[in-house]
Design a protein around this ligand. Sequence first.
Ligand code: G3P
Ligand code: MG
Length: 255
Amino acid sequence: MPGNFPNWPYPNLIAHRGAGRHAPENTLAAIRLGALHGFTMMEFDVKLSRDEVPILLHDDTIDRTSNGSGAASQLSLKDLADRDFGAWHSAAYAGEPIATLYAVACYGLANGLHANIEIKPGAGQDAHTGRLVAGRASELWRHAGLPPLLSSFSEIALDAARAAAPDLPRALLIDGAVPNDWRARLDTLACQGIHIDQRHAHPDLIADILAAGRTLAVWTVNDPARAQELLQAGCHAVFTDEITRITPAAMRPPN
Ligand code: G3P
Ligand code: MG
């Protein structure tokens, strides 16, 4: 919402996939670990189960991050509850259940954590997922001090999210080089911000985005010096997997 949400009210460090390198990505265990390391905002990926429950999962299928297989869109929440989403990472996390948006909202709200919900639709489910996830987020966070920030690579999902929950802030995620028409895309979607790949976060582009009054967050930054450089350049936030080396305590505030 350019104009209505001009500043970045969130922390400048965001744990990526919950804090999903040192714990299994997109689980409550990962979010808890991020919080233990001082992170107060987490990004996580959300899509729908077959019975339309918003769940945390990066890939279309559960193959990589569980002991099961198949597309999440073909599995019910009951099917997913019978799978282990932690043992693939390490024995310490064996038995970790699938995380639902409901569970992470409960944990985040009870512990003062902010959320970046990346809407990550299964194949062909962009509008439906955008609408349902944004609607549910708006309901779950209705009493929160700060709303969850929605983002997506899918412009269709973001458009549907806007229609379902116009008051939630939104950011467009860009995969690869940032297209020259980024301003027009943000305007069309009424997105306040843009989240870009750190490999394409060049100083001129950063300056242009900031001069346009948009919020800018950069993913995924795992080198402490690069994180510091991006924050000093004025980026509002960086996403990181490196929750032990890039910590709120270790980063100098931007000038
Ligand atoms: O939201 C930033 C980042 O998570 C985008 O990439 O593939 O890790 O979801 P990915
Ligand atoms: Mg993500």
